[in-house]
Ligand binder design. Structure first.
Ligand code: COA
Length: 415
């Protein structure tokens, strides 16, 4: 079966996480992704957090599936020529180097345009134009600068970063959308363009509701769905909301049976208004369904802590899965807190290709997260990440280099 991005060639000049997530997605949609790495070293993540000596780390393998790897020293004059040939052959160049690195290599936007006016040049940077544009940025810096950390955690504690890689993988996703959009526009204009996804912007986009709340707070001085209401204090900025749901339907994380020993024996429970009477029945507080202090969402707001404490008395008598089963019967929205171990072992996620087992020549079998975006006419088959330079000869032949030329370039340290 053909793939959505069949025929699209990506010059993948990315490293670490943000850029590689983007190009991996494009590869899963069928693009030919050629990852350019430095000979002998490669993407730094190949050797970071290794669990098996001398074997590409899971960090690398899980971000670089379905790609080809070529080694080029792009600071070597002959290596530069190889990169130029690739630029002429590819549709998109994706990079996430520190600001200015591509220019310092001699590949300015103007130079790339000269080589290939149709080329789309897509970049992840930490910040957009402004005071911090020259800064190097990693995940947690973006979470802090994008508004996630100041709004995550509990009111009486410090800012907290989240385990979801919203700065890296989140920005990679944003960039991938920018790239396919630019490819679409190119079908009308015939021209390439630059695509920029700044990590601060990507995180802020995912924190959009918190900017909404900032303005609500400034106007009214309070936000009734936050745990600070009604007894706590609101300051000038959106506070940390603990586990409050943030929407119009109050929610909280509650203990389940076994919580004393199992750190994940918890459930997220949402007191959605239309099912309030059912909730009262399930937890044995039928009188709350008609009590004027509890019967309406507005009346419940000042009592939320007591309400969740009462619901928790019920959830603590059930495992998270038992509670889930009972609550689902009544359409009461809830979600078990799943550990990574439980997710890795969940058969339904294997069935949909969301968790995939991959075989690697030096690592053996390992699990990865497959393509979370499912296209009915462009299914994803996850194939292993490439070894360093595994496809150098193949790609050089496609660029028209003879085996003798390849061997001379290798001797010169260009590839
Ligand atoms: N051949 C020759 N040189 C190469 C090369 C190749 N194939 N590939 C990379 N290089 C060089 C670059 O040109 C650069 O050289 P320069 O500093 O002399 O200009 C050098 O390698 C290092 O690149 P850099 O991006 O500065 O790496 P770093 O390890 O110091 O910084 C980041 C890493 C992630 C902090 C930085 O790349 C960054 O801020 N990127 C943008 C934001 C981002 O994506 N962050 C999230 C990463 S998950």
């Amino acid at each position: 079966m053909s793939k959505a991005l069949d025929g699209v060639r990506i010059l993948d000049f990315t490293h670490v996480q943000s850029g590689p997530t983007c190009t991996q997605l494009l590869a899963w949609f069928g693009a030919d992704v050629i990852k350019v790495e430095r000979a002998g070293a490669g993407d730094i993540t190949r050797e970071q957090l290794r669990d098996i000596p001398d074997v590409d780390s899971l960090y690398f393998t899980m971000l670089n599936h379905n790609k080809r790897s070529v080694t080029i020293d792009t600071k070597n004059p002959e290596g530069k020529q190889v990169l130029e040939a690739l630029i002429q052959k590819c549709d998109v160049l994706v990079e996430n180097f520190a600001p200015g690195a591509l220019d310092r290599m001699g590949f300015t936007w103007e130079r790339i345009q000269e080589l290939n006016p149709q080329m789309i040049v897509a970049s992840v940077k930490g910040f957009g134009p402004g005071p911090y544009e020259d800064c190097k940025v990693y995940e947690n810096v973006a979470q802090c600068a994008g508004g996630a950390a100041s709004t995550t955690g509990f009111d009486d504690g410090p800012p907290v970063v989240t385990g979801a890689q919203i700065g890296d993988s989140g920005t990679g996703l944003h960039l991938a959308l920018g790239i396919v959009t630019a490819l679409y526009q190119r079908t009308h204009t015939g021209r390439g363009q630059r695509v920029l996804a700044a990590m601060q912007d990507g995180v802020l986009n995912l924190c959009r509701v918190k900017l909404r709340d900032q303005q609500r707070l400034e106007r009214t001085g309070t936000m009734k769905e936050y745990p600070q209401y009604p007894n706590g204090q609101f300051g000038e900025a959106v506070p940390r909301a603990g586990n409050a749901s943030g929407g119009g339907q109050p929610g909280w994380i509650l203990k389940c049976k076994g919580w004393e020993t199992d750190p994940n024996a918890y459930i997220y429970f949402i007191t959605q208004a239309p099912v309030w009477a059912k909730i009262c029945n399930v937890i044995g507080k039928e009188e709350w369904a008609t009590d004027p202090d509890y019967a309406t969402p507005a009346a419940r707001l000042p009592h939320l802590k007591d309400i969740f404490a009462e619901i928790e008395r019920w959830t603590m008598t059930k495992t998270k899965f038992e509670a889930m089963q009972i609550l689902n019967k009544y359409d009461i929205p809830c979600g078990p807190i799943l550990s990574m171990k439980e997710i890795a072992e969940e058969p339904s996620l294997r069935k949909t290709g969301t968790i995939v087992e991959v075989d690697h020549p030096t690592r053996g079998k390992y699990l990865t997260v497959g393509n979370p975006i499912k296209l009915s006419d462009s299914p994803t088959e996850v194939t292993r990440s490439p070894l360093l330079g595994e496809h150098t000869d193949e790609v050089m032949a496609e660029l028209g280099y003879s085996p003798e030329q390849v061997s001379a370039l290798r001797t010169a340290g260009a590839i």
